[in-house]
Write a protein of this length. Structure first.
Length: 143
């Protein structure tokens, strides 16, 4: 029997305990779903400021109940109204993992909806901010 895949993206616990005022930084929890094959799973993300005004989106995703993987996408973000952002980033995952991975997100308050695409897959990610940077919410049922 294989153990369940657990873990947090690098910096997630620190991001969860901080209360940044920039609207993007922090710890996020949610789910992802493939539009190609219906695969889905839990998703954790630490968003941290990076170089040149960019942001690192550090993801940890699970699927099939026991598999997981982590990856980081460096993104640009532009304000899109009060408490709202448009985010875009991409990363070359190499030919074995589908080539260029593109990440587009809209952040509104403490909710983020992102789409992703690569040669082998595309889909949607839905997340909400947790921890000190988010309003009080029940986290017992979080992914």
């Amino acid at each position: 029997m294989l153990p369940s895949c657990t873990g947090w993206p690098r910096g997630w616990m620190k991001a969860r305990s901080n209360a940044p005022t920039d609207g993007l930084s922090g710890a996020w929890l949610g789910t992802w779903e493939s539009g190609r094959n219906g695969h889905h799973g839990k998703l954790r993300c630490a968003v941290v400021p990076s170089k040149n005004g960019q942001w690192e989106y550090r993801y940890r995703a699970t699927w099939a109940g026991f598999l997981c993987a982590g990856f980081t996408v460096r993104c640009n973000a532009v304000p899109d109204g009060p408490g709202r952002w448009k985010v875009h980033g991409e990363k070359d995952l190499g030919p074995v993992f589908g080539g260029v991975f593109t990440h587009e997100a809209r952040v509104s308050g403490h909710r983020m909806r992102a789409t992703y695409s690569a040669k082998m897959d595309y889909g949607v990610m839905e997340l909400r901010k947790v921890g000190a940077a988010a309003p009080a919410m029940a986290e017992a049922a979080t992914p």
